[in-house]
Design a protein around this ligand. Sequence first.
Ligand code: ASP
Length: 362
Amino acid sequence: MADTQPRRPVARRPGARRHVALLHTGGTLGMVRDAEGAYAPRAGALASALARLPELDDPRLPSVRLEESDELLDSSDVRPGDWQRIADRVAAAFRGDGGSPPADGVVVLHGTDTMAYSASALAFLLQGLPGPVVLTGSQLPLVEVRSDGRDNLITSLLLAATPGWAEVAVYLGGGLLRGCRSTKVSTSGFDAFASPNLPPLAEVGVDVAWRHDLLRPPAGGPLRVGRLADVGVVALRLFPGITADTLRNVLRDPVRGLVLETYGSGNAPSRDAELLGVLRAAIERGVVVVNVTQCLRGGVQMGAYAAGRALAEAGVVSGGDLTAEAALAKLLVLLSRGDDPRTVAAAMARDLAGELTPAAPA
Ligand code: ASP
C-alpha cells in the first residue's frame, strides 16, 4: 500500500479534507500551440484542461483552488521580481487571504527551464513555512495525449496535502527533490531534474518511499517572507582562455555578488596574476564572490589544489556543494537584506534551508 503519511505526529481534525492552493505561473504544463505551432502560455487554457480531468473531483485528493497569475510566463522569462510575487502568493495561500481556507500545502505550476532557480529563491525567501510547497511542471503540455503533466500534477497535489513536512520541493517524473538542491538535467526525459548532492525526499512509484530522516518539519513560528532588493548579482562559468578583461567587465558596478562556476573542486587559472588581481580588487571594494563547481556532483574544497587556494587567498568564499542555482538565489536574498559583505560571505557558508552540506569541523 502506498505510504503517503510521514510518521511525524501531526494535529488535524480527523477526516477533514485537506486543502491545496494551486498557483499557475506558466510553463509547458498549461501551454497550447500558438499560430506558428510553438508551445506558449495562454490565459485560461489550464482551467479548461483541468475541467476535463475528472480525477480532481475524487475525494481522495485534496480540495484544490486554482489561482492563475495575471501574466503567464515561459520560465525563461522569469525574473527575481516574479520570485517575490510567487513567494507572496504562497504566503497568502497559507494565511488564507481572500476568503479561501488556509492552505495545508501549495503546488506551484512553473516552467522547468528555471524551476531550480525559483525553487531555490522560494526556499530562502519563505521562512517559517507551515506546510509543503511543491513546484511542478511537465515536458509535454496537459493537452497532449502523452503528457507527463497529469501524473506530475496529481502526485504533486497528494504530496503537498501530506502532513508532517514543510519545505520547498520540486516534483517531476517520480522524484520529490529538495528545491534548493535540484537542477534541470534533461531537456527530453520525464525525469528532468536531479538532486546530485542529496537523495530524493521521496521516490514515487507504486509506493511513496519517503525519506523521513531528510524532510524538514513544519516551523512552529510565524511565516515570514523576505524582500528582494534591486541588487546586482551575476554568475560566470569559467572557461579555458577567460581573460582579466572579461572578468573586469562582468564585475563592473553595480555588481555586488558573483557566483563563480569553477573547475573541479573549486579551481581557477592560477598563473594569470591579472585575473586574480581583478577578483581581489572586486572583493576589496565589497563584492561577494562565491565559488561553486561546474561538476554535477561533489563540492568545492579550495585547499585541495594550489589553483583553488589562490582563489581563497583572494577572498573568494566557498559555496561547498551548493548548486549554481541555489548559490545565485541565496546570494541575492542575503545581499537584499542590506548586510555588509563580511556578514553575507559568512552566511553563504552556513546551511539556511538544507541547501548545502556543512563542512566538517577542521
Ligand atoms: N520553456 C518551458 C518553460 O520553462 C519549458 C518547460 O516548462 O518545461 O517554461
